[in-house]
Design a protein around this ligand. Structure first.
Ligand code: 2DT
Length: 212
C-alpha cells in the first residue's frame, strides 16, 4: 500500500497572536506522539528571494509594492517541490504564515484589491487546515510594543485583520478560528485537537490546489 500522505497545516493571524510559539508547540507535540512532522515558515528568509524580502522587511531596502508582493509569492512557489515531496513521504508540515498573509498584507495597502493579490498564489498546494489565531487589537496591545519591522504598527495591523476576515468567508478553504486570548496551553490544546483530526482525514484525500 502507498504511504499515507502528511497534512498541510497553516497558522495565520495578526502580530502578537502567538503563531510562532504555537507552531513550535504543535510540532513538538506531534513529534512526541511519533508522527513525522516538520515546521516551515513564510517568508522563508534563507533563500535568495527570501533575503530580498528580509532586507525589505528590515527596512534596509525599498521595493515597489507589486514587486514585493510577487517576491513573497515566488518565495512560496520555490518551495512547492519540497512541500509536495515531504507531504508525499508522509510528513505533516506545520506552516507559520502562507498565501493568506500574502493577500491580507498587500491588500491592506492603498490601491490593491483582493483579487489581484490572490492571483499569483492560485494553484499552490492547498492547506488541509488553516487556523486563524484571533486576537483583538486591544488584547494584542496588552502583549507589548510592536517591533521595528515594516508593517508593525497598530493602524496597519487593523487593516490586515479586516482583510483576513474577508478571506475567511471563502468556504473553499478549511478555516478554523482559534481564540488566541486564552492561555498558551489552552490554545495549544485546541490547535492540537484540530490538527490530529486533520491529519487523520487528509491521509485519505488528495492534496488540493488553492483558490482554483
Ligand atoms: P514574520 O517573519 O515575523 O512572520 O513577518 N508578509 C508575510 C507579507 O507581507 N506577505 C507574505 O506573503 C507573507 C508570508 C507579514 C513577516 C512579515 O511579512 C508579511 C509580516
Amino acid at each position: 500500500m502507498a504511504c499515507k500522505r502528511g497534512a498541510l497545516i497553516v497558522l495565520e493571524g495578526v502580530d502578537k497572536a502567538g503563531k510562532t510559539t504555537q507552531c513550535k508547540k504543535l510540532v513538538q507535540a506531534l513529534q512526541q506522539s511519533g508522527r513525522p512532522v516538520e515546521m516551515m515558515r513564510f517568508p522563508d528568509r534563507t533563500t535568495t528571494i527570501g533575503q530580498l524580502i528580509s532586507a525589505y522587511l528590515e527596512k534596509k531596502s525599498d521595493l515597489e509594492d507589486h514587486t514585493v508582493h510577487l517576491l513573497f509569492s515566488a518565495n512560496r512557489w520555490e518551495l512547492v517541490p519540497l512541500i509536495k515531496k515531504k507531504l508525499e513521504q508522509g510528513t505533516t508540515l506545520v506552516v507559520d504564515r502562507y498565501a493568506f498573509s500574502g493577500v491580507a498584507f498587500t491588500s491592506a495597502k492603498p490601491g490593491f484589491c483582493l483579487d489581484w493579490c490572490m492571483k499569483p498564489d492560485v494553484g499552490l498546494p492547498k492547506p488541509d487546515l488553516v487556523m486563524f489565531l484571533q486576537l483583538s487589537p486591544a488584547e494584542a496591545a496588552l502583549r507589548g510594543q510592536f517591533g521595528e519591522e515594516r508593517y508593525e504598527t497598530s493602524v496597519f495591523q487593523k487593516a490586515v485583520q479586516q482583510k483576513f476576515e474577508h478571506l475567511m468567508k471563502d468556504p473553499s478553504v478549511n478555516w478554523q478560528v482559534i481564540d488566541a486570548s486564552q492561555s498558551v496551553e489552552d490554545v495549544h490544546e485546541n490547535i492540537r485537537t484540530q490538527s490530529l483530526n486533520t491529519i487523520n482525514t487528509a491521509q485519505n484525500q488528495q492534496l488540493g490546489e488553492l483558490w482554483k
